[in-house]
Design a protein around this ligand. Sequence first.
Ligand code: DOR
Ligand code: ZN
Ligand code: ZN
Length: 472
Amino acid sequence: MSDVLIKNTRVLEDGRLVPAEILIEDGKIKGISKEFRISAYDEIINAGNMVTIPAGIDGHVHFRDPGLTYKEDWYSGSCSAAAGGITAVLEHPNTIPPVADKNGFSLKLKHAKKKSVIDFGINGGVTNNVDQLKELWRLGVSVFGEIFMAESTGGLNISKETLGSALSAIGQLDALACIHAEDEAIRLENEELLKNDSGIDIHSRVRPNECEEVAVRDCLKINKEASSPARLHFCHTSTPEAVKLIGNAQKEFSALGNAGKISCEVAPHHLFLSTKDYNKLGTLGKMNPPLRSSEDAAYMMQALNSGLINAVASDHAPHMHYEKDVPMRSAPSGVPGVETLMPLMLAAVRKNLISLERVIQVTSRNPAYIFGLDRLGKGSMAEGCDADLLLFDPKSVVPIKSKNLHTQCDWTPYEGMDGIFPGMTLSRGNTIWDGHQIIAKKGCGQFMPGAGMKTDEDGRIILEFDDDEDDE
Ligand code: DOR
Ligand code: ZN
Ligand code: ZN
């Protein structure tokens, strides 16, 4: 592959933006310098003074493929990611079929390989399939989960007993368990108690803060008591109560010498939206866990800044507008978000809600570390790492508009809000988004195998199924 030189850009150095050039060789960062005195390149990119940061890694997307491709598929979902400055995703298992066994995994891998324009990992599902987890791990799933502790899209929620045995099995594999923490009993009780209540914020009251808090506490306890506790990552935390519990558990574990074994993420909708938006959004503001008060949202931003929350992930969960156009109780839960994650965060930097340095940590470095993608060269602009880059003009604040987005989902909960979109996205040194259009070839994204994937003596991947099998 060729050498690329990015000229006339700026990078963050010791908290300041400084002029720089970036040299890329064979898709990897070769060096960053004020000026390179080399004359032969295959390609020069003039960045026009845009800032270059590591592209985002979105550890939480639902691309609906296979099974519900009218909502999204690997091509539309990955194009949406690329246009939003995301070059790697972990895709969650609640597709049809779910990634609950070898068949589900191989089918998803095949669809993703054919269509994705960005690099991708595939998560292993946890249902009543504890006996399948080892095989999924050997096949190359990135992590396990999201593991649903309460009902959500796909109906994959499991009992506490199953959670206990799953966490033991995952711990034995030294894999990561990603948890959707909501308490099913509290949800069911509130559904019954509030069945005649038709308030606009009913969904948030059926799944109140306590619903998340109790689930996080239970999960931490169940894991502690498991025969071999797993490393835990809490998905889309939305409440101060949950974040504080996780923070305390992190301290407890680090005192035991197991630092970094518990982590958590927040979704943009729990930072930038609140229950106040129900009036405007109606069912478009319905997701699990639900919208919280504006005070809670402000707390989540503060906790992201302080380090209590480790990552931002979109929980991109597309449902079509007509599917949402029903009464609140019957509307599906979920909002699209992969294309607006980085633009919202970069606009938040401009508003002094967070520093650019922290945005880089929580959107690339930390997700790479938490999900084990750093071992594949992801999440950093250091020499030798994949040249996955996002170039942007910090002054280019524009209103987010659904019609400009690349997802198949025909609406966004952030309509009209400020975003700073990438002027260019590079994946392994190749421009995949030039600020106007996707210029990546369908299928150019690479599979990022999990750490448990079986390899032969030379380190080559062994795929234990027929990669060309037809199935559609
Ligand atoms: O709102 C949500 N939507 N929460 C989930 O846990 C799943 C997701 C989906 O897949 O639609
Ligand atoms: Zn979830
Ligand atoms: Zn999710």
